[in-house]
Design a protein around this ligand. Structure first.
Ligand SMILES: C[S@@+](CC[C@H](N)C(=O)[O-])C[C@H]1O[C@@H](n2cnc3c(N)ncnc32)[C@H](O)[C@@H]1O
Length: 298
């Protein structure tokens, strides 16, 4: 197995204890953070059923609830994760539900040799990777490795953090998106001027940097490798690698820029939850995450 990603496994090892609450039908409503995972799992279950998949592999399975729920839908399942504590928790989760924990092992989606043994009894109809693409070393290689898990005609579901959402946040991320993406090829004199203007117009002190996990013991999400992806570029990458029939399912809606949540109060989250699955073009800007669904074409 390749060297561990500095910080990524340590971060997830430290958040494993409460992770299952993201999927609890009651607890998800009162979590301190927005229950985005809950809505993502609804999308995945719906689309797996729609596509008629009979088997699915999960790269980065976390504590295993999404994969276990696919097993309970009757699919053949297997999965891996880079974080030892997540692997341990997922195995325990499977045992608790009367499922076979041997289909779970430690593995790194950046390194195809680390999970090759799980493909020996046949490729899968589907592959899902949620919360994984932000952390990989090399997007193209990781997506190629994901492709190698499914049979020709098989379907992958790959979650990503939406860079276009930066246009809606009106904060430091907006400034970065202007300077590093939109205006990348504009002369430095103009970019410097724009940077100074944006400093006056945007809340560039936000969002706060999460440098520690909630327990205070592990590295926080903003200090480990946790990249955003531009959905336009991502769809091109999938096409280049040999996928077709791409679509994006958007989730984690925002009814206002996040910095306005304190002023709006509890209505912010209630309305956000009501907006999930709204399915229009607005998702490209109002959602901080999406799932690319794509079919292996060959
Ligand atoms: C945000 S969590 C989501 C867990 C699970 N997929 C879910 O939906 O509940 C992301 C998981 O991906 C794992 N992960 C991150 N980078 C990985 C990599 N390169 N290979 C395998 N797993 C990885 C993390 O350890 C973590 O358990």
């Amino acid at each position: 197995m390749s060297e561990k990603r500095p910080g990524v496994a340590e971060h997830y090892n430290d958040v494993v204890a409460d992770y299952h609450l993201n999927y609890d039908d009651e607890a998800y409503k009162t979590l301190p953070h927005y229950p985005a995972n809950y809505f993502r799992l609804q999308i995945l279950k719906r689309e797996v059923e729609r596509a008629g998949l009979k088997s699915i592999y999960e790269a980065g399975l976390g504590e295993g609830t999404p994969l276990a729920s696919m097993a309970e839908m009757g699919l053949r399942v297997a999965g891996s994760d880079i974080a030892e504590e997540m692997v341990r928790a997922a195995k325990a989760n499977f045992v608790r539900r009367g499922l076979d924990p041997d289909c779970i092992q430690r593995g790194d989606i950046d390194d195809a040799t680390s999970f090759a043994n799980q493909l020996e009894s046949g490729l899968f109809d589907g592959m899902m990777a949620s919360g994984v693409l932000p952390h990989v070393r090399d997007d193209e290689q990781a997506i190629r490795n994901m492709r190698s898990i499914v049979r020709p005609g098989g379907t992958v579901f790959v979650e990503f953090r939406n860079k276009l959402f930066s246009l809606f946040t009106l904060n430091r991320l907006t400034k970065e998106f202007f300077l590093e993406d939109l205006l990348r090829d504009v002369p430095a004199t103009i970019r410097d001027r724009v940077a100074r203007e944006l400093d006056q117009r945007l809340a560039t002190d936000l969002p706060p940097i999460r440098d520690k996990t909630p327990s205070g013991k592990g590295p926080g999400y903003d200090v480990i490798r946790a990249n955003y992806h531009n959905p336009f570029e991502l769809l091109e990458t999938f096409e280049r690698i040999g996928f077709s029939k791409m679509k994006i399912h958007w989730y984690h809606y925002h009814p206002a820029p996040p910095m306005m949540e304190p002023a709006i109060g509890p209505a912010f989250r209630e309305v956000a939850m009501a907006m999930e699955h709204e399915g229009s073009w607005r998702g490209w800007f109002l959602c901080s995450a999406g799932v690319v669904q794509a079919v292996r074409g060959d």
